[in-house]
Design a protein around this ligand. Structure first.
Ligand SMILES: *[C@@H]1O[C@H](CO)[C@@H](O)[C@H](O)[C@H]1NC(C)=O
Ligand SMILES: *[C@@H]1O[C@H](CO)[C@@H](O)[C@H](O)[C@H]1NC(C)=O
Ligand SMILES: *[C@@H]1O[C@H](CO)[C@@H](O)[C@H](O)[C@H]1NC(C)=O
Ligand SMILES: *[C@@H]1O[C@H](CO)[C@@H](O)[C@H](O)[C@H]1NC(C)=O
Ligand SMILES: *[C@@H]1O[C@H](CO)[C@@H](O)[C@H](O)[C@H]1NC(C)=O
Ligand SMILES: *[C@@H]1O[C@H](CO)[C@@H](O)[C@H](O)[C@H]1NC(C)=O
Ligand SMILES: *[C@@H]1O[C@H](CO)[C@@H](O)[C@H](O)[C@H]1NC(C)=O
Ligand SMILES: *[C@@H]1O[C@H](CO)[C@@H](O)[C@H](O)[C@H]1NC(C)=O
Ligand SMILES: *[C@@H]1O[C@H](CO)[C@@H](O)[C@H](O)[C@H]1NC(C)=O
Ligand SMILES: *[C@@H]1O[C@H](CO)[C@@H](O)[C@H](O)[C@H]1NC(C)=O
Length: 739
């Protein structure tokens, strides 16, 4: 067995030691040779010493024309076939390692080669492949950091050998080359069976690193020495080169070459070998020489034409622009009629349409709501007798009665704010308000109202509006647009008589003031009973319904319980109403409200004025709950003085007070028939008042008698306890006006 080893030493590694020539400006001078045979030799490569080549040794190449052969370019001993500056690569030829069986000598011939590149060069991982050929091969490629093996066998029954297809079970094995390989050596397995008959058909195994694009498997590679012979035992291989090892940061401080990327529009980049220069996008050329990067005229150079067919192309520095014929634009890389504008118009149109629609619908909705509201308001207005009221007002000139709108009252009362509430009742609230004309008003707003009330409401208001008496709270107007009508009264600032008498302030109230209040109230009630036609019955006379203005002038208020005196029997009031302590016992029995019911209630108010005690004291003992009962008992027992208010008692006016007490007693008669009319009460009080204003009258009892008129006889009767009964209010307007 004879083995021959061929070693082919590659030189670049040795040449790296050659001393660096003088540093020079890295630019391509005019007089350098830039071609060797068919091959361009661009800077930084050169055939002459720097400045023709960059001053690193690997860049200086040797162009040799041997006698009788073609001109060849060498880098050391490697034959260079192509140089590319833009992608920093060059192509050269490398040696094939092989293992062949010599039939004649019956021995194995093995030739191994290796490649060792300078440090700024690496084998291109992307362009090269490790190729192993043979039917008995186990070949290795051993690098400085890798050992890669590949086995190829032949079994035509499993995988038939096909031209152009490399398959490990069909005599061809190929492997990817790792990155950064600068050195390799090919090896074969030495354990082979030379008696294997395969060797007769396929005598050789090969291993090499070569440009994958240059390899095309052929069956003849196995059956003959064609692979080895076709280029003198060499295969093409691609190498990446760099200016130097390191990064672009290193490039800037490299003092042997200077910054290499001298061209405008160039930049420094790195590859597997080190740092390199490149032209920016849109530029091409040589970044290593001044102005080496030139603009690419994409419009003429690019294949295919970069712009859509009917359009035009305009080159710009580093780029280009495409334009389409008038009225067209590029869509999806094609010139198309400007759908954009119609599309935009569509979108804009649709948007506007939508907005208009929304606004329209909103307006329609609002108008509808307004109409509905108006309708409702009109309905209420009609329900509450607003039309009747209007008709009456048209026929009767001079009624200063106003129909308020809901908004007006909302504004006046600060939207019915809680702080404006000046009175509460079981059925609603009274608000203080200020109209736009700066007039202070009290607005009575009820929570509920029943059907019958709604019908009667307008009529009642009409009557109340006609009342014009200085001692009756004036009804200024009303609001009929709402479900439950609101009443607007003049505002009486000083609270109620109840508060004056029983309130917290123990204010001294002289007798004449009390008498005046009683007199004024009586006049007001008398007016209601006699001057209006048909008579108006107040129905709920009590101290809380007598308001007082600034100078304590009495103002009778709250006609919520008022009714017009019934014209016939059918109009009986069917429900008892009123307030405990004031309620006419007869009315409770008969369920018929008469003017005498008001007289009874007024009698209780008189008692309040005399005694300064509340009409009905729930907390008191059983027989002292009702002031009227206490009073009548006291009268019976002649103990009137016991219950009188100390403030008004004195020796001078005993008689006088007894007169008032007697009047009150008459008012409290059980039988309504026996009670004086309101007019009589008012007249008597008026006379008493005059007597009190002129004290001289006291001195003449006869004068007094004549002034007081006939003294009524004492009528006794059974008293009905007003202490224990339940009261159902008839009218929802039973509220208290005033503070
Ligand atoms: C360029 O080369 C030519 C001939 O090789 C020579 O005559 C000329 O002087 C050279 N010019 C420069 C600038 O070196
Ligand atoms: C170039 O090649 C020639 C001929 O092979 C040789 O004499 C010369 O030394 C080589 N020069 C370099 C720099 O390798
Ligand atoms: C085999 O070896 C003989 C003797 O060394 C030589 O003459 C012959 O060319 C070889 N054959 C092959 C195919 O290499
Ligand atoms: C080829 O492979 C088949 C199936 O594995 C096997 O039976 C046959 O013996 C093989 N032939 C050779 C020549 O190795
Ligand atoms: C492959 O091509 C060669 C010629 O290039 C030919 O001789 C051979 O028969 C072909 N092999 C196959 C399997 O087609
Ligand atoms: C490889 O060779 C086959 C014929 O041997 C041919 O058909 C095929 O196109 C070639 N492939 C390449 C990539 O050259
Ligand atoms: C070599 O191959 C032959 C034929 O296939 C076989 O007879 C022989 O035993 C093998 N020798 C070894 C050492 O494997
Ligand atoms: C280059 O710089 C290195 C250190 O950065 C220094 O040692 C070396 O002398 C410099 N060479 C030249 C030619 O300036
Ligand atoms: C290259 O760049 C330099 C400075 O950046 C500028 O002065 C010069 O005109 C440029 N040359 C070209 C051809 O653009
Ligand atoms: C050219 O211009 C287009 C559009 O402005 C841009 O997307 C593209 O990146 C540019 N190309 C280059 C190489 O600057």
């Amino acid at each position: 067995m004879h083995t021959m080893e061929f070693a082919r030493l590659l030189l670049p590694c040795l040449l790296a030691a050659v001393s660096v020539l003088a540093a020079a400006v890295a630019q391509s001078p005019d007089n350098c040779t830039r071609r060797c045979g068919d091959i361009d030799v661009p800077y930084p490569f050169g055939l002459e010493p720097p400045p023709c080549a960059m001053n690193n040794v690997p860049f200086q190449l040797n162009c040799t024309t041997a006698v009788g052969s073609a001109t060849k370019l060498y880098s050391g001993s490697l034959e260079v076939t192509k140089i590319s500056v833009p992608d920093n690569k060059f192509w050269f030829k490398t040696w094939i390692s092989r293992q062949c069986y010599n039939q004649t000598t019956k021995s194995m011939l093995t030739e191994t080669s290796w490649l060792d590149l300078v440090e700024t060069n690496v084998l291109s991982a992307e362009d090269n492949k490790i190729i192993v050929l043979g039917c008995n091969s186990l070949a290795y490629m051993r690098s400085d950091t890798y050992t890669i093996g590949c086995v190829s066998t032949c079994n035509n029954t499993v995988t038939p050998m096909v031209n152009g297809s490399c398959s490990a079970s069909a005599g061809c094995c190929q492997l990817d080359l790792p990155k950064g390989v600068r050195y390799y050596q090919g090896f074969f397995n030495s354990l082979y069976n030379t008696t294997d008959p395969k060797w007769r058909n396929t005598p050789c195994n090969y291993v090499t690193v070569m440009e994958s694009a240059a390899f095309n498997f052929s069956t003849t590679f196995l059956t003959s020495t064609a692979f080895y012979d076709r280029d003198d035992a060499r295969t093409p291989v691609v190498m990446e080169w760099a200016i130097a090892q390191g990064t672009c940061g290193d490039a800037k401080i490299d003092n042997t070459t200077g910054y290499p990327c001298v061209s405008n529009n160039s930049y420094c980049d790195t590859n597997d070998a080190g740092y390199v220069c490149k032209c920016h996008g849109g530029y091409k050329g040589n970044p290593y020489i001044a102005n080496g990067c030139i603009d690419i005229d994409e419009c003429t150079e690019n294949v295919p034409y970069p712009c859509p067919a009917p359009g035009s192309c305009r080159n710009t520095l580093g780029n280009f622009t495409c334009s389409c014929p008038r009225g067209e634009s590029i869509t999806d890389g094609v010139c198309k009629k400007k759908q954009k504008s119609t599309w935009m118009a569509l979108v804009v149109g649709a948007s506007i349409g939508l907005v208009v629609l929304v606004v329209g619908i909103t307006c329609a909705y609002l108008i509808q709501e307004r109409r509905k509201l108006h309708h409702i308001k009109q309905k209420y207005f009609r329900q509450h007798g607003g039309l009747l009221l209007f008709q009456e007002m048209r026929s009767q000139q001079g009624i200063s009665f106003k129909i308020f709108s809901e908004e007006e009252l909302q504004q006046a009362t600060d939207n019915f704010a809680e702080k404006e509430v000046i009175g509460h009742g079981g059925h609603g609230k009274v608000y203080k308000g200020v109209l736009k004309s700066d007039v202070e008003v009290a607005v009575k707003r009820c929570m509920t109202i029943d059907e019958q009330q709604k019908k009667e409401f307008g009529k009642e208001m009409l009557i109340l509006s006609q009342i014009n008496h200085r001692n009756i709270v004036k009804l200024l107007g009303c609001c009929l647009e709402v479900e439950v009508p609101m009443l607007v009264y003049e505002f009486i600032p000083n609270g109620t008589l109840f508060h004056l008498l029983h309130g917290n302030s123990s204010r001294h109230i002289p007798l004449h003031t009390r008498l005046r209040i009683a007199c004024e109230s009586a006049e007001a009630l008398a007016y209601l009973h006699s001057c209006a036609s048909p008579p108006i019955l107040h129905g709920d006379v009590k101290s809380t319904n007598i308001l007082l203005n600034g100078d304590l002038t009495a103002k009778v208020s709250d006609f919520g319980a008022s009714i017009l005196a019934p014209n016939d029997e059918s109009q009986f009031v069917t429900l008892v109403q009123g307030t405990c302590g004031y309620l006419d016992p007869e009315y409770m029995q008969m369920c018929q409200l008469t003017d005498k019911s008001d007289v009874y209630s007024f009698g209780v108010v008189l008692l309040e004025l005399l005694t300064r005690k509340v009409a009905f004291n729930l907390k008191g003992p059983e027989n002292e709950k009702s002031l009227s009962m206490v009073f009548l008992n006291a009268m019976k027992e002649n103990k009137l003085e016991d219950i009188l208010d100390d403030e008004i008692k004195n020796n001078d006016n005993v008689e006088f007070i007894e007169e008032i007490a007697e009047l009150a007693r008459q008012c409290l008669e059980m039988c309504g028939m026996n009670r004086p009319s309101m007019k009589e009460v008012a007249d008597k009080l008026d006379r008493l008042r005059k007597v009190l204003q002129h004290p001289w009258a006291h001195k003449d009892p006869e004068e007094l008698d004549s002034l007081l008129g006939e003294s009524s006889s004492v009528n006794s009767g059974s008293l009905v306890s007003t202490g224990n009964f339940s009261i159902t209010k008839k009218v929802a307007m039973g509220l208290e006006i005033g503070r």
